[in-house]
Design a protein around this ligand. Sequence first.
Ligand SMILES: CSCCC(=O)/C(O)=C/O
Ligand SMILES: [Fe+2]
Length: 175
Amino acid sequence: MVAIYYYEEDSTQMTAPHDSGKAVRAEELRSLGVFYDHLTPEKVEDLAVERHYKNRDYITLDSASFPGGESALNEKLDIFFTEHIHEDEEIRYILDGEGYFDVRDGNDRWIRARVEVGDMLILPAGIYHRFTLTDKKYVKALRLFKDEPKWVALNRSEETEVNPYRKEYKTEFKV
Ligand SMILES: CSCCC(=O)/C(O)=C/O
Ligand SMILES: [Fe+2]
């Protein structure tokens, strides 16, 4: 089951919990446009239809099986953990293992959701976020895409500040 809390910056590695001890309620996440639920795979399918998702892929992040081995996995994790936005909404559903999604709140603080099997997050287009594994270093997830099954991340920069999807997100959620 998910744990949601404010992230605490410290000197531990990125797969550590970084738990500040300040819990965040799912309703607070909703005010940022982020939806969390614990669902069966069947319910995720219903949601995908309701929200007009057309494509999907499955991703496994695991040092034992990742193509190219541990160094390739670490490169991928560096990409996922670099703060970014997407220009489309994304659904992520955890099929096995666990991971951390971090999203920025309206004061630019990180909120961390520790997700495991059956947890689902919907992240709106334009929200700054990132992902990493826990110390177990293993996750299998279903990724749903509204259109093309491609993963394009725009790393936070002066350009993303004026990106139309970012601006729309800021207007809609008043952040
Ligand atoms: C467990 S899903 C992998 C990470 C990802 O797809 C994403 O969008 C991170 O921001
Ligand atoms: Fe992302």
